[in-house]
Design a protein around this ligand. Structure first.
Ligand code: PNW
Length: 513
């Protein structure tokens, strides 16, 4: 399986004041470089180009680089329940593993917790106006399982459901499509206590039941559901490396089993949503696919990158989309391989309507190699630029290759970039401005590559920037900022950054500007 880049652990047990001036300068430089990259013609991956919008202002000559997206391309932003909601003891919400973890001294930078976060629970109307001000027509949020089922199962909590009813209604009233994620890591603590969380098959079953319930209650208005967010991250960092909740460091056999239960939960949820949702309900997953980038865009290296990408994701996206664990995955796992049945694999690979991919950084640059694997990784240079998150190695072309691999390896017909974003130092000036030139450069570089992917035929229908507002960045606490809006955590006031204006203009013109 893919390993964390070596400096990730440092980032996840971070210095309370992460980032430094040098990284800031480096990251801006690289993203700008991405923009300067002339799109290459790919002989091996040629597909029919997507139709170019004729009605969009940019296509009519407004786009400085002519980098328009097709008409109807969806611009959005994303958040997750524990990272923004706060109100952890309000209206019957049960505790989650992230409440427990963040209240354990030493686990989170500065011992921050999500108790208040952005107080989105009470300020969702104000935040809906922020989304609207960005010209975004879609919003990806997650539902806190323990607001609906305080102990993970049993009797539903109407007051918890009411919150999401209010949120969905508010979004729709403002012309914003709700995209709901059912699990963004805040597992009800009761399921951790009773079944050891994802180590127990019962948790997967409970997730299916909860997913069916949500589809029944919301699918009259929510047309897009994501099952689980980033299985890799919460399994590897939470159950393998111990740096995310629930903070376990399981041996390989148990880790593989927990991973299997998570993909099984995804499949059970897909089936439950189909059974209980309206017929026009659409379901997909939101996985941070580990992307291999061909270091030169020639057919042999592109092929090597496809082989590598399939293996990097063997326990997650690959088994979900192919219905089997790869031979290499099972061989490497040996006696530690997960225990599963043929029926499990069928459930796990239940057909999806679309795929969401969260993409920040490449897993590796690869080249073709005359070895058993058919590829080899090129180690990252020590000086490879990052954002203020040390794991976020910057490489705009990862967005291009993420989309292309989904299309070419798995023939995915409908794709969303469900997360992509840049963390930065983000200081508020005396005039209440945030001059986040690094994030603007990031957006220009990454979105140029996304536009190239769409032009080359990748079926990308929308892009969700992570995140709407600065928020609780898991083990890094509030010290790492990804938002288009700056959060003053003392007053909970939100301020648009320069990148918010940049995003708003791009969304309005449907082009990279
Ligand atoms: C994703 N890593 O998390 C999540 O989906 C978001 O909740 C999060 O805020 C966002 O990306 C930015 O971090 C990740 O260490 C956290 O490799 C850590 C890692 C990857 C993704």
């Amino acid at each position: 399986m893919s390993q964390l880049p070596s400096d990730v652990s440092a980032e996840l047990n971070p210095d309370p004041r992460p980032g430094n001036r040098r990284d800031f300068v480096k990251s801006a430089g690289l993203a700008a470089l991405g923009l300067a990259t002339t799109p290459l013609l790919l002989s091996s991956c040629d597909t029919k180009p997507a139709p170019v919008a004729e009605t969009q202002p940019a296509a009519a000559g407004g786009g400085a680089h002519g980098l328009s997206f097709p008409a109807g391309f969806l611009w959005g932003t994303a958040t997750a329940s524990y990272q923004v909601e706060g109100a952890v003891n309000v209206d019957g919400r049960g505790p989650s593993i992230w409440d427990t973890f963040s209240h354990t001294p030493g686990k989170i930078a500065n011992n921050d917790t999500g108790d208040v976060a952005c107080d989105f629970y009470h300020r969702y109307k104000e935040d809906t106006q922020l989304i609207k001000s960005l010209n975004a027509k879609a919003f990806r949020f997650s539902i806190a399982w323990s607001r609906i089922f305080p102990t993970g199962k049993g009797a539903p909590n109407q007051k918890g459901l009411d919150f999401y009813n209010r949120l969905v209604d508010e979004l729709l009233a403002n012309g914003i499509q709700p995209f709901a994620t059912l699990y963004h890591w805040d597992l009800p603590q009761a399921l951790q206590d009773q079944y050891k969380g994802w180590q127990g098959r019962e948790t997967a079953q409970a997730f299916g039941d909860y997913a069916g319930y949500m589809a029944e209650k919301l699918s009259d208005r929510v047309k897009h559901f994501f099952t689980l967010n980033e299985l890799w991250t919460f399994i590897q960092l939470g159950y393998g490396d111990g740096v995310f909740a629930p903070g376990l460091k399981l041996p390989p056999a148990e880790l593989n089993q927990a991973r299997h239960h998570a993909v099984l939960a995804h499949g059970l949820a897909v089936q439950a949503i189909r059974a209980h949702g309206r017929p026009d309900t659409r379901v997909g997953l939101a996985e941070n696919i580990k992307v291999a980038v061909p270091y030169i865009e020639t057919p042999e290296h592109i092929k090597a990158a496809e082989i590598a990408t399939r293996e990097f994701n063997a326990g997650y996206t690959t088994v979900i989309l192919e219905g089997k664990y790869t031979d290499t995955f099972l061989k490497n796992a040996g006696a530690n391989a997960p225990k599963f049945t043929a029926e499990d694999l069928k459930i796990i690979s239940s057909p999806l309507d679309f795929c969401g991919i969260n993409i920040y950084n490449p897993e590796a640059y690869v080249r073709a190699a005359d070895n058993a694997e058919g590829y080899e990784k090129i180690p990252f240079a020590k000086s490879h630029p990052t954002s203020t998150s040390k794991w976020e190695l910057l490489a705009p072309e990862v967005l291009y290759w993420g989309a292309r691999h989904m299309q070419n390896i798995w023939k995915v017909k409908e794709l969303y970039i469900t997360e992509n974003g840049c963390s930065g130092t983000d200081e508020l000036t005396p005039e209440n401005r945030v001059n986040d030139t690094d994030r603007v450069a990031f957006l220009r570089g990454y979105l140029s590559q996304l536009q190239r992917a769409v032009t080359d035929g990748a079926p990308v229908k929308g892009y969700f920037y992570w995140s709407l507002v600065d928020n609780f960045e898991w083990a890094s606490g509030y010290g790492i900022r990804f938002g288009l809006f700056y959060m003053d955590y003392k007053t909970l006031k939100r301020y648009p950054k320069a990148s918010a204006e940049y995003f708003r203009t791009m969304a309005q013109q449907n082009a990279v500007l």
